[in-house]
Design a protein around this ligand. Sequence first.
Ligand SMILES: [Zn+2]
Ligand SMILES: [Zn+2]
Length: 182
Amino acid sequence: MLDLAGSTLYHQMQHCITSQFSKMTDQQKSLSETDSETQSDVESAIALCRARGGQMTPLRRLVLAELMMSDRPLGAYDLRDQVSTKSNRTISAPSIYRILDFLCDLGVAARIESRNAYVACIHPEHDHACVFLVCETCGDATEIENPKVESLISNDAKRLGFNVTHRTVELSGICAPCQSTA
Ligand SMILES: [Zn+2]
Ligand SMILES: [Zn+2]
């Protein structure tokens, strides 16, 4: 929280300093701010992986960053192409799958079964069941957090003596933007 307050103050100061410049400069500034916010999210997710005992190779970092920067689920082949281009080497699909399994095991990414695609988890810092609203039209996957749903599921599983190893819930439907354009 302290960090957040500090950075807000910094942004305000930056705004005062840059407000005398042209609109173009303002646009560029807001672009680079978004980039640096994503960058710091990526860094904290990497730190989390390390804390959970995962070794973060440059390729694993790159796959995680691509997932976090994407606004929709990515298939393994899309990721393979993007990562190959960015790293200037040919990465095989099996390597990408291994990295995706690794990231899912560490709880920083999740697989959307119905789309056969992967997303970065929005709150990887605590152990939780990922619940996704998956749009059948645009393919967007929005993660929602609801501790009530989570405890219902885990209590029922416990009552039945079921040992849960994988927790991703997917709800299919049409997202609000797609409904309004239909
Ligand atoms: Zn999640
Ligand atoms: Zn949609």
